[in-house]
Design a protein around this ligand. Structure first.
Ligand SMILES: *Cc1c(COP(=O)(O)O)cnc(C)c1O
Length: 418
């Protein structure tokens, strides 16, 4: 790599940088599922901005609208003033996403990061219920600011900013597949000596992204919804990573046919990776006073333009959804082959839609796999407690032939490592 560039970052950018250590080149441009470094080497991107690029880099169907908007002096910054860009997004989101699913939500545009929308969701649930406690789950990840950081499972990342106001319970499958956790949850909620205060909210990812691609069962999700209804606990689904089509439906909770009280969206909602976040809330929960939850960059108009175009291009019919299914099937087939050959080294292959993971027994292997993939110009991430899971997150729009090439390359690398 270009030594000069590396020096710039090491000398002047904080030590806090993270992803760039696994992929130590300087990237310069990107198109669809390809990234190019400053020597114009081409990489296949299965990292996809940790799920913020579901529609690929600079997707022309979306970016044309963005370029046109800027050229026409469209408003970029407007606090939360009414803009045409925002109005068009609200209308499109209602017509294309909410109404066909019989969902009725009001929208709050929070500061444009995942952690901000989580903060707002928890804050609102606490305000509405008058309760403080929040239930979250083992291996959960919800962001890196105050409350969100307290909700994080991973001990090396977690900071208990709101200590005493969080109860962590085992996620579905934590004690083994099919182990029924509901009696435990119920006892903790009903026993006044359990030490668990009645919570304002339960927050969860239906598929834990950073925590290791852990897929909650439909049964568990339905039972959690029942439990929250019974005790008037607000159910918050953090769909920041698993939403926007990642699991094969627009919302990841659709497969369980549940309707959450609050839904957090960010990452891919901005269409081409533009920062945006939205909190969906049942209308009766909208008890904010004007300005009570405020911020400067709430409602990024350029992201609204991209988001609206993304909805129009990909969600007005079932083409994308069908496409995701056939690509998911390609990955399942690939996984079956891996399990046949390497079950000594691979503990489990799992996932849903285009959010898929390969769990190795030995985290040195998963780490070696992604390092060797990078040498072959394939970008893949690891996740899980010890980075023991190789996480495949191709763009939903990836070309099928390219996906097969990427899988073949990954297969070759695993064959070498195992
Ligand atoms: C990425 C992520 C967040 C945090 O989003 P940021 O934009 O990094 O603040 C929260 N929840 C989930 C499930 C995520 O994947």
């Amino acid at each position: 790599m270009n030594q000069q560039n590396k020096q710039t970052f090491e000398k002047h950018e904080s030590n806090v940088r993270s992803y760039c250590r696994k992929f130590p080149v300087t990237f310069n441009r990107a198109k669809d599922s390809f990234l190019y470094d400053n020597q114009d080497n081409r990489y296949i991107d299965l990292l996809c901005g940790a799920g913020a690029l579901n529609f690929g880099h600079n997707n022309k169907l979306i970016s044309d609208a963005v370029i046109k908007y800027v050229q026409q002096d469209g408003i970029l910054m407007s606090l939360d003033l009414h803009t045409k860009a925002k109005e068009d997004f609200i209308t499109a989101f209602n017509q294309i996403i909410l109404e066909p699913r019989s969902l009725n939500y009001k929208m709050q545009f929070t500061s444009p990061s995942g952690t901000s929308v989580v903060e707002s969701a928890v804050k609102l649930a606490r305000k509405v219920t008058g309760r403080q406690n929040v239930i979250c789950f083992t291996n959960g990840f919800h962001g890196m600011s105050g409350t969100s950081l307290s909700l994080t499972g991973n001990s090396s990342q977690r900071q208990a900013v709101s200590q005493g106001e969080i109860t962590r319970l085992p996620f579905d499958g934590y004690l083994g597949k099919g182990f029924d956790l509901m009696p435990l949850y119920r006892k903790l909620l009903t026993d006044t000596s359990s030490g668990v205060d009645m919570p304002a909210a339960i927050i969860l990812e239906t598929v834990q992204g950073e925590g290791g691609v852990n897929v909650a069962s439909i049964k568990w999700l339905k039972e959690i919804r029942q439990l929250t209804e019974e005790f008037d606990i607000k159910l918050i689904i953090d769909d920041i990573q698993a939403g926007c089509g990642r699991t094969g439906k627009f919302f990841s909770f659709e497969r369980a046919e549940i309707v959450p009280d609050l839904v957090c969206l960010s990452k891919s909602i901005g269409g081409i990776g533009l920062p945006m976040a939205v909190l969906l809330m049942s209308p009766e929960l909208d008890q904010w006073a004007p300005g009570e939850d405020n911020g400067t960059f709430r409602g990024n108009n350029l992201a609204f333009i991209a988001a609206t175009e993304m909805l129009n291009q990909y969600w007005a019919d079932a083409k994308l959804i069908n496409d995701i299914q056939s690509k998911a099937f390609m990955i399942t087939k690939f996984f079956n082959g891996l399990m046949q050959k390497y079950s000594l080294y691979i503990k489990e292959c799992r996932g849903i839609g285009l959010m898929q993971g390969i769990e190795f027994y030995d985290e040195n292997m998963s780490t070696k796999v992604i390092a060797d993939c990078f040498t072959r110009k394939l970008l893949i991430e690891t996740c899980g407690t010890k980075d023991q899971v190789v996480k495949l997150m191709p763009a939903l729009t990836i070309d099928k032939d390219l996906l097969q090439i990427a899988l073949d390359q990954l297969g070759d690398v695993i064959a070498e490592v195992c």
